[in-house]
Design a protein around this ligand. Structure first.
Ligand code: NAP
Ligand code: F7E
Length: 355
C-alpha cells in the first residue's frame, strides 16, 4: 500500500517541492490549504489531477480541524512546514506568528498523542533559532539565542517536538534548515527580491531597488536540495535532530553582486550607511539604495551551518553552489520579467511556479 503523507504549508516554497518529491516516490500526498481570499495555490496548480495528490482545508490555528483531518487520513508521516515564515513581518504580527509557528506544532503533536497513531512527525526548525550566534559554525549542539518573535516561536516548536519524542515515544524529528531559496521563493525575501528587482532594472522596467542591511551574512542553499533532506530525516531509523546547510556564508551585498553578474552588470559600492549606493559600472547608474524601512528591530548578522551530522548519517549533501543558485533564480525571473515587458502588467505575482 502507498505511504500516506500530510504536508502543512504545501502552498509554500518547500511544501510544493516536497509534494513533487513524495509523489515521485509513489506517496499519497494530502496537502493542507488555509483559506485565502484569492487563490494561494500557484506553486501547486500543476499537481492537481496527478495520481496520489489530494488537498483539504485546514489551519494550524484550529485544533478541532487538525484532529478531524489527521483522524480521517491516518497518515504515516506528517510534514509540518506551515508557518508565518517572514522574520521581519514577525515583529509586526508577533501573536499570530507564535500562534501558528509555536502552538501549531503543539496542536499537531497533541493530536498525534491523543489518537495514539504511529505517525512520524517532521518539524520545520530554522537557523533563526541561533540568532545572535554563540558558536561558529553552528551545529546541532550550538545553544539557541533567537532575536525575533519568529526565531523564538521556532525554539518553542523545536523543544516541544523533542519533549513529545522523549515523553510520549512519538517519532518526532527536527530539521534545522538554514536559508534556502528557489524560483518559488516568496517575493519579499531578499534573494528573490534582488533577482526580480535587478532583472526589471536590466530591462529598463525599474530604476532602483531599495534594500535594508547589506552586511547580513547567510548560508544560502537550494530548496529542491533541502526537501530531499527533509524526507531523509523521516526515513532515518530513529527520530533525531539534523542541521541542514551548505557550510558557506555570503553577505546580502555579495548576493546582489552575483545576481548582477548573471545579468551582465558590474555592481560597485559608494558611500556609507543610509547613503550607500550600488552603481552599475557598465551604465554608471545608481541601481541600489538603502531604505531603513527594511531594517529590523533586532538583526541576525551572521549564519553559517555545519551539516556534517546529516552528511554522515543521512548521506545528504547540498548539490547547488551559491553562484549556481543565483544563476538559476535569475534566469527564471528574467523569463517572468520579459513577459512583463511584452504584456505590460506584473507577471511575477501571478506566475505559475513549475520550475
Ligand atoms: P513559505 O513559502 O512562507 O510557506 C509557508 C506555508 O505555511 C504556506 O503554505 C502558508 O500558506 C502556510 N501557512 C501559514 N500560516 C498558516 C496557518 N495558520 N495554517 C496553515 N498553513 C499556514 O515558507 P517556506 O520557505 O516554504 O518554509 C517552509 C517551512 O520551513 C516554514 O515553517 C519555515 O518557517 C521553515 N523554514 C524555512 C526556511 C527557508 O529558508 N525557506 C529555513 C528554515 C525553516 P499560504 O500559502 O496560504 O500563505
Ligand atoms: O533576510 C536582510 C535581512 O528575509 C535575509 C526565512 O525563510 O531564513 C529566512 O529568514 C537577510 C536579513 O530571510 C532586505 O535583514 C536586507 O538579514 O531573506 P530574508 P531571513 O530573515 O534570513 C530563515 C532561515 C527562516 O527560517 C525564515 O523563515 O537579508 N535584508 N535587505 C533584507 N531582507 C528582506 N526580506 N528584504 C530586504 O529588502
Amino acid at each position: 500500500m502507498a505511504q500516506k503523507a500530510i504536508i502543512s504549508g504545501i502552498t509554500g516554497q518547500d511544501g510544493s517541492y516536497l509534494a513533487e518529491l513524495l509523489l515521485s516516490k509513489g506517496y499519497e500526498v494530502y496537502g493542507l490549504q488555509r483559506r485565502a481570499s484569492l487563490p494561494n495555490t500557484g506553486r501547486i496548480d500543476h499537481l492537481y489531477g496527478k495520481k496520489g495528490f489530494n488537498m483539504t482545508y485546514a489551519d494550524l490555528s484550529d485544533s478541532s480541524n487538525l484532529l478531524r483531518v489527521i483522524k480521517k487520513i491516518e497518515p504515516d508521516e506528517f510534514y509540518n512546514l506551515g508557518a508565518q515564515s517572514h522574520v521581519g513581518v514577525s515583529f509586526d504580527v508577533p501573536e499570530f506568528t507564535v500562534n501558528t509557528n509555536a502552538l501549531g506544532p503543539l496542536r499537531i503533536l497533541e493530536t498525534i498523542r491523543n489518537l495514539g497513531m504511529p505517525i512520524k512527525y517532521y518539524q520545520a526548525s530554522s537557523s533563526e533559532m541561533f540568532g545572535k550566534v554563540l558558536e561558529i559554525p553552528q551545529r546541532e549542539t550550538t545553544p539557541f539565542n533567537p532575536q525575533s518573535p519568529y526565531g523564538l516561536s521556532k525554539v518553542f516548536a523545536f523543544h516541544i517536538t523533542k519533549i513529545y519524542r522523549t515523553g510520549y515515544n512519538i517519532f518526532a524529528s527536527n530539521g534545522i534548515l538554514f536559508n534556502h531559496e528557489s524560483p518559488r521563493r516568496g517575493i519579499n525575501f531578499v534573494t528573490r527580491k534582488v533577482t526580480i528587482g535587478l532583472s526589471r532594472i536590466s530591462l529598463g522596467l525599474q530604476k532602483t531597488l531599495k534594500l535594508g542591511n547589506l552586511d547580513a551574512k547567510r548560508d544560502w542553499g537550494y530548496s529542491k536540495d533541502y526537501v530531499e533532506a527533509i524526507w531523509k530525516i523521516l526515513q532515518h531509523k530513529e527520530p533525531d535532530d539534523f542541521l541542514i546547510a551548505t557550510g558557506e556564508t555570503h553577505s546580502v551585498r555579495e548576493w546582489v553582486e552575483e545576481v548582477g553578474k548573471h545579468l551582465g552588470m558590474s555592481i560597485t559600492w559608494k558611500g556609507k550607511g543610509l547613503l550607500e549606493k550600488g552603481i552599475d559600472q557598465k551604465t554608471g547608474k545608481t541601481i541600489i539604495e538603502i531604505d531603513p524601512i527594511h531594517f529590523r528591530p533586532n538583526e541576525v548578522e551572521f549564519l553559517q551551518g555545519d551539516s556534517s551530522k546529516a552528511q554522515k548519517i543521512l548521506n545528504w549533501k547540498p548539490k547547488t553552489t551559491f553562484s549556481g543558485l543565483a544563476k538559476l533564480m535569475t534566469e527564471q525571473d528574467l523569463v517572468y520579467v520579459k513577459r512583463e515587458a511584452t504584456e505590460g502588467h506584473p507577471v511575477v505575482t501571478q506566475q505559475k511556479f513549475q520550475v
